[in-house]
Design a protein around this ligand. Structure first.
Ligand SMILES: [Zn+2]
Length: 221
């Protein structure tokens, strides 16, 4: 066809060397197509096998059995088949795709693969709070922001709040300044933010006792 087009356009035939070049080119190209097709086919076969194996493993999953992580299993428990690995571990890609690469606790939220909290720690310069030090940024750590700036920054970055409700900022400030703090707000008044944000900004471990279940039982009609 190429030859016909060329003849029609130029009113002359391809020369012998031209024909040789074209044939070589066509030959090389079809070889490449063949190789590519084989590679794709092999890759698809491997993928198909992997999915089939994954599916086989999942279909044998007994949800009635206790779920424990591999780490807490003793060898004899594995031998006696007393425990199943946790569901999350069966879905091998689950953590890799969904969870934050630095803390493996919260869902990824940024293109960096970090969750809201880890992104906040990076951007606020609180680098020592990043659980996995592999993900601490390289370079000079910025100066720590003042607590007055840190609190609204965390509220915006993690929870998306531009402003605080009455009493929230004061409560968080008081707690982070080391004062014993008592906050009394009505239901839905924003108590959770007070302790959640304090916990994020606080240096160290925070233990929260929440009476939510008791509250729910209490309010049953
Ligand atoms: Zn994280």
């Amino acid at each position: 066809m190429m030859s016909k087009v060329y003849t029609a356009a130029t009113n002359k035939d391809f020369t012998y060397p031209d024909m040789c070049n074209i044939l070589n080119f066509v030959k090389e190209r079809s070889q490449k197509v063949f190789i590519n097709r084989n590679t794709i086919q092999q890759r698809n076969e491997a993928r198909k096998e992997k999915f089939a194996n994954d599916r086989k493993e999942l279909s044998g999953f007994d949800f009635d059995k206790e779920l424990v992580s591999y780490k807490s299993k003793a060898p004899e428990q594995i031998r006696k088949d007393l425990f199943w690995p946790s569901f999350g571990e069966l879905l091998r890609d689950f953590d890799v795709i969904v969870k934050c690469i630095a803390c493996h606790a919260f869902a990824k939220k940024s293109a960096r693969g970090l969750c809201g909290v880890c992104s906040f720690y990076v951007d606020a310069g609180l680098w020592e709070r990043i659980v996995n030090d592999k993900y601490i940024p390289k370079g000079l750590q910025p100066n720590l922001p003042e607590i007055e700036k840190l609190i609204p920054f965390a509220a915006k970055k993690i929870f998306g709040f531009e402003n605080f409700r009455e009493g929230q900022a004061e409560a968080i400030m008081a707690y982070l300044s080391g004062k014993d703090t008592f906050v009394s707000l009505k239901t839905g008044g924003g108590k959770t933010l007070c302790y959640a944000l304090s916990a994020i900004c606080f240096e160290g471990l925070t233990i929260i006792f929440s009476p939510l279940k008791a509250l729910m039982d209490d309010q049953k009609v």
